[in-house]
Design a protein around this ligand. Structure first.
Ligand SMILES: Nc1ncnc2c1ncn2[C@@H]1O[C@H](COP(=O)(O)OP(=O)(O)O)[C@@H](O)[C@H]1O
Ligand SMILES: [Mg+2]
Length: 360
């Protein structure tokens, strides 16, 4: 499951249009999608034909800490089409910060709600309000990827730095933050974009910008009034096609994120093991011996393959064993005779004599 937040504190840059149409395109491609409308203005829910004030429950009830209002996320989810689920928004979302004021870790409320879902979704898409407040912070904290829609004119880029700073703040606080990618929206090729706009985008996003560019398209504007995403209204419209291309990029991106996680986890695992273990080399000079074993606390004092030394051409016998930090007693068995390690002056008396002592 991948959680994707769509945020930019600027209103009218294409957040809700992107949330709805990306969700619909992924669902069309057979991925199971949940769209969470986290905006008190609930434009996504309205654009999908719902009247939120008439609904039994919304994402507000999921986040609320008032017992009589509280609902599980799975209880407020509505299935709109095949693979396309919606957790509707509500005007009361604007009061939720106040409501959760005294809650510990209120910033993780959305994250916890998503975590509690037992039904699996391939993608969860969160449509954020046009501000960098509590709700957007909650969405970013819950997400793997943040898409920042950029209406392609210089003025609309003002303030984009702030959302990137917010993500950096989350990284500092939680040691984990969503990957950020810019998405150019409402592109009109007849408009001449200044060098500054392109330069600004490059400064903020470098290569982290989607190749897909969402063009200006009347279908995208009109479908909101019909309560359906572009792909369900006119598949051949530019809007439907652009968002299908974006969905393809998202699918590739989510695989990359999966690989990044995998590498990070593997690296973490290897470092942990490396920190815990030390490779100890055991060596014994016995050119005439038939076999040499090392036995000790680390292999239950049993002469088997794990302690069998290998003969070197110069008559030395060698074995490397990875051991955890600790103190170990051990001995060599050379041609059947038990002997202390002649290269180790540390010994410890036992009821049978002495053992060599190794500290790691
Ligand atoms: N690619 C597009 N072409 C034409 N109109 C668009 C496009 N994207 C969004 N719009 C329209 O622009 C307005 C603002 O878009 P919206 O997605 O609601 O932005 P936000 O959620 O960021 O406030 C809406 O009326 C929407 O229908
Ligand atoms: Mg919106």
């Amino acid at each position: 499951m991948r959680v994707i937040a769509i945020a930019n504190q600027k209103g009218g840059c294409g957040k809700t249009t992107t949330a709805i149409n990306l969700a619909a395109s992924l669902a069309f491609k057979n991925y199971k999608v949940l769209l969470i409308d986290l905006d008190p203005q609930s434009h996504a829910s309205f654009s999908l034909g719902l009247r939120t004030e008439q609904l039994e429950g919304s994402i507000y009830n999921v986040l609320s800490n008032v017992d009589t209002k509280r609902r599980k996320l799975s209880e407020v989810i509505l299935q709109l089409w095949e693979n396309f689920n919606l957790a509707p928004g509500h005007i009361l979302l604007s009061t939720i910060e106040q409501e959760l004021r005294s809650e510990e870790d209120a910033i993780s409320a959305v994250h916890r709600a998503i975590d509690s879902l037992s039904t699996d979704h391939d993608f969860i898409i969160i449509d954020c309000p046009p501000s960098l407040g509590f709700l957007t912070f909650n969405a970013l904290r819950a997400s793997h990827l943040l898409i920042v829609p950029l209406q392609c004119c210089s003025l609309s880029l003002m303030g984009v730095g702030r959302i990137i700073n917010t993500v950096e703040l989350i990284q500092l606080k939680l040691q984990r933050a969503p990957k950020v990618k810019g998405l150019i929206t409402m592109y009109d090729r007849r408009t001449r974009y200044g060098k500054n706009t392109i330069q600004e985008i490059n400064t903020y996003f470098k290569d982290d910008i989607f190749n897909t560019i969402i063009r200006v398209n009347v279908t995208l504007r009109e479908t909101a009034a019909h309560g359906v995403p572009a792909i369900r209204f006119d598949k051949s419209s530019r809007g439907a096609m652009d968002y299908m291309l974006l969905a393809d990029e998202i699918i590739v991106e989510s695989r990359k994120l999966f690989l990044d996680d995998f590498y990070e986890e593997t690296e973490h695992f290897i470092t942990e093991i490396r920190d815990k273990l030390k490779v100890q080399a055991f060596s014994f000079l016995a050119p005439e011996a038939k076999d040499v074993y090392v036995v000790g606390d680390f292999n239950h004092w049993t002469p088997n393959e794990s302690g069998r030394l290998e003969r070197m051409p110069d008559g030395r016998w060698e074995k490397r064993i990875a051991l955890k930090h600790g103190v170990y007693k051990y001995k060599f068995i050379v041609g059947g005779v038990w002997i202390c390690d002649p290269n180790n002056i540390k010994t410890v008396p036992t009821e049978f004599g002495v053992d060599s002592l190794l500290e790691i």
